[in-house]
Design a protein around this ligand. Sequence first.
Ligand code: G1P
Length: 293
Amino acid sequence: MSAFTTAIVPAAGLGTRFLPTTKAVPKELLPVVDTPGIELVATEAAEAGATKLVIVTSPGKDAVAQYFRPQPELEQTLAERGKTDLVAKVRRAPELLQVETAIQDKALGLGHAVGCAEGNLTGADEAVAVLLPDDLVLPTGVLTRMAQVRERFGGTVLCAFDIPREQISAYGVFDVRETGDDDVKQVVGMVEKPKAEDAPSTFAAAGRYLLDRAIFDALKRITPGAGGELQLTDAIALLINEGHPVHVVVHRGGRHDLGNPGGFLKAAVDFALEHPDYGPELAQWLRGRLSGS
Ligand code: G1P
C-alpha cells in the first residue's frame, strides 16, 4: 500500500513577483517550455502514488483547477485535424489524478494553506504529501524515497537540500542528527527563515513534505511566526517537541525555484535545452548570445 494517496498543492498566492502577468494568469499556469509548472508537480505526485490532488486556491484563481478538467471539444477538433500528439498532450493533466480544490480566502501563510485542505481528506488518509509548486526537485522520485523512510521510522518525512549558508535565511532549516545513512537524517528541531548565523545547519526544506495526519492538529495550535504568518515549519517543530518522529531525505540532485522570474527562466532554459525541437537551436543561439556575436 502506498504511504499516501492525497497530495496537497498550495496555490493561493497572488504571484506578486510575476506582476503584471499575474493580474490575469495564475503563476502556477506559466509554461515551463509548453507545460504549466503545476502539471509538472502533479505528475510528480501521481508518479509517487497520489490519486487525489487538492489544490489550495484563492477566489479568482479558478483557472488552476480548470486546467485539470477535460476539454472534449478541443480534443475533438484536434482529433478531426489528425493532431493525435496534441490530443495526448491535452488529455495528460485531466488523466493524472482526481483534482479537488480547497479555498484559502486569507493569505495567512503556508501552514494555514495546508490546514485549509483538511476537509478534503478521508478517514483513510493517515499521511498526506505536500508539494510546493514553486519548487521543482530534479530528478523526480524523492517522494518515493520519503515514503520508504516513513515506512521505516513512521511519522513525518521531509526533503532537505544542502544550501550555501549565505542563502539559508530564505528557508525552513533543520537541526539534524545522523542515522547511519548519509542521505537520511533525524530532525530534532526546525526553524523558519533563521539568520545565517543562527541556522542550526545548512539543510533546508525544499518544498516536498510527507506529513503524518497529526500535522492538522498541530496546525490548529500554532500562532503567527516568521513574517507574521502561520508557518508549516512551526507546526512541524511543535510535533518534534512532542516526540513525533521527523526525518529528512537529503536530496542531492538539482532544483529550480519557479517562484520568481529569474529562477523560472533558468528552469525554462534548462527544460528547453533538453527538448528535441528547441534544444539544439537554443543552445546554439545561447552560445552566440553569450559570446557577444
Ligand atoms: C516555504 C517554506 C520554507 C521552505 C521553502 C522552500 O517558504 O516556508 O520552510 O524552505 O518554502 O521553497 P517560501 O519560499 O514560501 O517563503
